[in-house]
Design a protein around this ligand. Structure first.
Ligand SMILES: [Zn+2]
Length: 360
């Protein structure tokens, strides 16, 4: 059949051909933008499958959320695969790292530098939700202040995991509420439970630990072995640096970040542990915008709330993305708190998160 094309049709076909060629060029460029797998042992880049990064980003269901840069550094060291950097909106000030850990696609997110507290965390996680609309679960992995009691022998470098009770979701906002008659305080603000899929994995891991089959120490050793620069910053401080003072005894000098001038006679006597293996504690985590830096306040709040850890982001996160909170204990929420244990505690929390993600 003889086809007679009008001038308009010819122009249209010509335009389509041009668009096809441009499209072909774009597809080729995309194919050339291969994902790179970073081998943990050598940190060298090796070629990976030609997959669209944007397509990968759209399919990521797990968010790994950090608040501090050294928490993100530790998190990035736990990734088995790291993908190319994502294009990002200029109005989004979060830091993102797309990767895979134990077969799970994850986006590691760090809040903007210098941003603290539940309100800032909520804003940052809302940005994360917009950038990665398929996100369904979160792990909030970082450091927190412990509440050591006779019942919970929490030490620095241990890990606390948020677990719901019959009436509470696992995270308690300690600074949202209203004053009541007689000087009382009624706490408000219902928060979401951790997602069931993470609680199932926690139960599985908890059973493994009860049977003596935990691997946190090995995971920490593996990460430090494969990542030499972390050995300088994230290694475990010596046991002499873990000092718990009587709650009523205040730090001796606020000019000195160490407790070198504090009265060792006011230390709480504790039985040395047989090993440096971090122990995992499960319970309620209190979250708010106020820094708890006083032993008596810590104990008073904990008696009221029943929590075993304080931190400053979870209450802003869990109602936006259902999240399990994992905190490495870096201080005792008292006036003696300093940064000595922060990096190691962050790494311990990362090791627990990685072990959790290895549960099937
Ligand atoms: Zn001190």
């Amino acid at each position: 059949m003889c086809m007679i094309r009008s001038r308009a049709q010819q122009l249209n076909i010509s335009l389509i051909d041009k668009q096809d060629k441009e499209c072909t060029v774009k597809i080729k460029a995309l194919a050339d933008t291969r994902l790179r797998l970073i081998d943990d042992a050598s940190r060298t880049v090796v070629p990976g499958p030609a997959t669209s990064i944007l397509g990968l980003a759209r399919s990521v269901a797990f968010a790994w959320i950090c608040a501090l840069p050294h928490e993100m550094t530790a998190a990035s060291s736990a990734l088995d695969i790291t993908h190319d950097k994502l294009p990002q909106s200029t109005t989004d000030h979060n830091t993102y790292l797309l990767g895979e850990v134990c077969g799970h696609k994850v986006v590691v997110t760090c809040l903007p530098a210098g941003v603290y507290g539940t309100t800032a965390a909520a804003s940052a996680v809302s940005q994360l939700r917009s950038a990665f609309p398929a996100i369904r679960f979160g792990l909030l992995v970082g450091v927190g202040g412990g509440v050591p009691t006779r019942e919970n022998d929490i030490r620095l470098g241990d890990i606390v995991v948020s677990i719901p009770t019959q009436t509470l979701s696992g995270v308690i906002p300690y600074d949202i509420g209203k004053a009541t008659a007689g000087g009382g305080f009624e706490r408000l603000g219902a928060l979401n439970r951790p997602p069931d899929v993470t609680l199932t994995a926690v139960a599985q891991l908890r059973a493994a630990y009860l049977a003596g089959n935990g691997h946190i120490s090995r995971i920490i050793s593996d990460i430090l072995c494969k990542t030499p620069y972390l050995r300088r910053t994230h290694s475990r401080p010596g046991p002499e640096k873990d000092q718990l003072f009587d709650a009523t005894y205040e730090h001796s000098s606020f000019d000195d970040s160490t407790c070198a001038r504090c009265d060792r006679g006011r230390l709480v006597a504790r039985t040395p542990r047989p090993s440096d293996d971090p122990q995992v504690h499960y319970g309620l985590i209190a979250s708010g915008n106020l820094v708890i830096k006083d032993g008596c306040t810590r104990d008073r709040l904990a008696r009221s709330l029943g929590n075993i850890c304080f931190e400053m982001e979870a209450a802003g996160v869990v109602n936006i993305i259902p999240t399990l909170v994992i905190r490495g204990i870096c201080d005792y929420s008292d006036s003696h708190k300093n940064n000595t244990w922060q990096a190691y505690a962050a790494l311990a929390a990362v090791a627990y998160a990685k072990e959790l993600l290895s549960c099937r």
